[in-house]
Design a binder for this molecule. Structure first.
Ligand SMILES: Cc1cc2nc3c(=O)[nH]c(=O)nc-3n(C[C@H](O)[C@H](O)[C@H](O)COP(=O)(O)O)c2cc1C
Length: 378
């Protein structure tokens, strides 16, 4: 395939793959697409190791890093800084009622809650579930990403800070940002973002309210000639062909890589993903505090129940999640096991290699595009 994005990055296919798994990132890049590592859950030290590993496994081929830069979080609103104790500072914003409700959810699912088993204090910063979405924890991730030979810096929930965009450009790194609305695309282009990822409501992870079928052409028209990647509900070649027909220059995929052989451990979550249909996901604030599509579980249901104290804003809600995970340990009840995934989960019903997914997507894309042209000629 040849278009302005394949030319821009020197890749064979305009298939961009978001994953937290370095093996998937390297495998997509080596298969002719562009792997993008999600940095969110990595400490700066770990991120450095992951990127070093990728550098050693892609033979100079291009890959990217994704960070999460929310425009609005509790720490930003309150002006909190200092990575060292950000977890402790943020804990003060969580009411006892919320900790108690988490204990109740666990008890309702048969988890024996030992009040001393997992201290709230166990883990500052990343360990407390703060992850990279505060200003204090996100900035070092960008710094490390830009110290490697990356081709793309992507960001979700908001564009990277202006200084990071400028540094990226000075180093020849392209900048992409995920959006769920036309206005966000226009804002991010104003900020200097090079590629917009228009992500529809079907997608796994944080999503807006507009479906891809409507969002993609609206974004393409609003910010032309800026290139657009379509995201949300794309896991096959026919879906890729549809995205290109909507005016996208390529596709940005996430969920489909959760069941590739490089990224599965045969645990409960894999079984659930393989069995789930597209109606088994829900867009809920129960995971992070912002609406994110994920498997429907006892956890998501509990936060919607009448006795729920209500979810907390980012990043507090995920700190509750991390607390629950610490208390559940290695064997959580099956009903509480979940993760972000999109409606495309209905097609994730067998384990394939990353390379096979890329190849099948390309082959099916060619068939679909050929059929469209054939229909015109007939
Ligand atoms: C498990 C999971 C975690 C995700 N985490 C992030 C993230 O940290 N940063 C980000 O930009 N997007 C994240 N996303 C969204 C993906 O980048 C991508 O936009 C989305 O998965 C595309 O829709 P699809 O799931 O239908 O393929 C996540 C998606 C999934 C499934």
């Amino acid at each position: 395939m040849k278009n302005r994005l394949t030319e821009m990055f020197g890749i064979e296919y305009p298939i961009f793959a978001f994953s937290h798994c370095r093996d998937v990132v390297a495998a997509v890049t080596n298969a002719g697409g562009m792997g993008v590592l999600g940095a969110l859950a990595f400490s700066p030290e770990q991120l450095e190791l992951e990127l070093k590993w990728i550098d050693e496994h892609v033979n100079g081929r291009p890959y990217g890093v994704d960070v999460v830069m929310p425009v609005k979080t509790v720490d930003r609103d309150a002006g909190l800084s200092d990575t060292g104790d950000i977890g402790a500072k943020l804990r003060q914003y969580i009411s006892q009622e919320h900790w108690d409700y988490v204990d109740k959810i666990l008890a309702d699912h048969g988890v024996v809650v030992d009040p001393d088993a997992a201290e709230l204090e166990s883990g500052a910063g990343m360990g407390a579930g703060v992850l990279g979405w505060t200003e204090a924890t996100g900035a070092p991730q960008i710094e490390i990403a830009l110290s490697h030979d990356i081709a793309l810096l992507a960001s979700a929930l908001g564009p990277p800070p202006k200084a990071a965009i400028e540094q990226a450009h000075a180093q020849g790194v392209k900048v992409a940002a995920l959006v769920g609305r036309v206005q966000q695309a226009e804002r991010d282009v104003q900020e200097g973002v090079d590629i917009i990822i228009a992500q529809g409501y079907e997608a796994g992870g944080h999503t807006g309210e507009v479906a891809s079928m409507v969002l993609v052409p609206d974004v393409v028209d609003a910010i032309a000639p800026v290139p657009v990647l379509a995201a949300g509900g794309i896991g096959t070649g026919r879906q890729m062909a549809a995205a290109m027909a909507l005016g996208a220059d390529g596709v940005w995929t996430g969920s489909i890589w959760l069941t590739v052989s490089e990224n599965t451990n045969g645990g409960v979550v894999t079984d659930k993903l393989l069995a789930a249909t597209s109606t088994d996901t829900v867009r809920s604030r129960a995971f992070t505090g912002k609406p994110a599509r994920q498997l429907r579980t006892g956890w998501t249901e509990a936060w919607e129940a009448p006795e729920s104290p209500g979810t907390l804003p980012m990043p507090l809600q995920f700190m509750l999640n991390a607390y629950a995970n610490r208390k559940m340990g290695a064997h959580p009840p099956k009903e509480l096991v979940g993760m972000p995934v999109g409606q495309i989960v209905s097609r994730m019903n067998r384990i394939r290699t990353t390379k096979a997914v890329v190849q099948e997507m390309v082959e099916e894309y060619v068939d679909a595009a050929t059929k469209l042209v054939g229909d015109l000629e007939d």
